[in-house]
Ligand binder design. Structure first.
Ligand SMILES: C[S@@+](CC[C@H](N)C(=O)[O-])C[C@H]1O[C@@H](n2cnc3c(N)ncnc32)[C@H](O)[C@@H]1O
Length: 183
């Protein structure tokens, strides 16, 4: 399979349908982070059509013993993602949940070394609180769109200041700035 072509077609199709996938520059950045971190157990909140998930999977696929858990609460998006995982030949290595992340995260019994938060911006603080104990020491947490939607994420900023959690805000491209926290 030509991975770049597959990803371009996926993104192009969904751009026409107004699906807010991460940019290619952001995907490259996240893939490099996953590689540097040697991540083996990724948690993603906000699957949409699976574009970011497939990027992670393409990065990891030549390694062994990795999984990506990804959560989406829209049945249509979840089904589209399942189709795309199948087409990309990565379905068997992904645990896709059709669930509200707020409800399912407390029931997850694993520890993750890399967490990508790309969902309901207003609830970012709640999510960080929920997921904190599920992350390994030195695990990487990436929260997307922290500048574009900063107004919706003020409680997240207040929370991390209050808890004295160290973070970086990294400009990826004109559209996407991400927050990185090391647990
Ligand atoms: C920005 S899109 C994700 C894009 C995807 N990460 C990518 O780059 O390809 C956010 C997704 O989160 C989903 N979502 C929002 N709130 C959610 C929740 N509480 N639980 C699960 N999924 C949620 C939305 O339905 C949407 O598909």
């Amino acid at each position: 399979m030509q991975e770049d072509k597959f990803l371009s077609e996926l993104k192009e199709y969904w751009l026409k349908n107004d699906i807010p996938n991460i940019s290619f520059t952001n995907a490259r950045f996240l893939r490099d982070l996953v590689k540097i971190k040697n991540a083996k157990n990724i948690l993603e909140i906000g699957t949409a059509n699976g574009f970011s998930t497939i990027n992670f999977a393409f990065e990891l696929k030549n390694l062994w013993n990795w999984t990506i858990t990804t959560i989406e609460f829209s049945p249509n998006s979840h089904n589209d993602a399942l189709n795309n995982f199948e087409k990309a030949w990565v379905l068997t290595l992904i645990k896709p949940f059709l669930w509200n992340a707020l409800d399912i995260i407390p029931t997850l019994n694993e520890k993750y070394d890399f967490v990508f938060i790309d969902w309901m911006k207003k609830r970012s603080k709640d999510f960080l609180q929920l997921v904190w104990d599920k992350i390994e020491d030195w695990g990487v947490i990436i929260i997307d769109d922290v500048i574009k939607f900063k107004e919706k994420m003020l409680s997240l900023y207040e929370y991390i200041e209050e808890k004295k959690i160290s973070y970086n805000v990294i400009p990826i491209d004109e559209d996407d700035w991400v927050m990185m926290i090391i647990r």
